[in-house]
Design a protein around this ligand. Sequence first.
Ligand SMILES: Nc1ncnc2c1ncn2[C@@H]1O[C@H](COP(=O)(O)OP(=O)(O)OP(=O)(O)O)[C@@H](O)[C@H]1O
Ligand SMILES: [Mg+2]
Length: 140
Amino acid sequence: MKKIKCYNYKIDKNDFVNAGKVSSEIKKNLKKIGFTNRIIRRIAVISYEGEMNIIIHSEGGEIDFEIYEDKIILKINDKGPGIDDVNLAMTEGYSTAPSEIRELGFGAGMGLPNINNCSDNFNITSSKNGTKIESTICLE
Ligand SMILES: Nc1ncnc2c1ncn2[C@@H]1O[C@H](COP(=O)(O)OP(=O)(O)OP(=O)(O)O)[C@@H](O)[C@H]1O
Ligand SMILES: [Mg+2]
């Protein structure tokens, strides 16, 4: 299927000043193109939770955002240190966020479950060299 548009956004670790900027940029682009609010809301959740996990838990990474005729794919990749137990990390309420991160309002352990719930297709792999998430939203 033909790729219509793609975007790449770099995300730095601990960059709380710019937290949320990538997902609002993605939202803005989707609105401009004319996607429905329902689709935009799902993608906003996926990109926001992915962005925050890179900022909080990783050494930095990027989000590739690809629009096709029949689907949207988000690839959320970082440079490590990876997740020891991916099944555990996918459990609602599981979080290793330290107290200073919880004080900022993060660390409910809902990011990965939310990404999964908002995706039509979800895949996560992780090693010490990085975590890779691929999330697909079907458009038809
Ligand atoms: N990119 C990542 N790199 C390393 N560990 C991660 C990454 N993303 C998630 N994790 C691990 O998986 C756990 C669960 O992630 P999840 O996003 O569900 O919750 P959270 O980030 O702790 O809290 P919330 O997203 O609700 O603010 C994290 O606490 C962390 O231990
Ligand atoms: Mg999270």
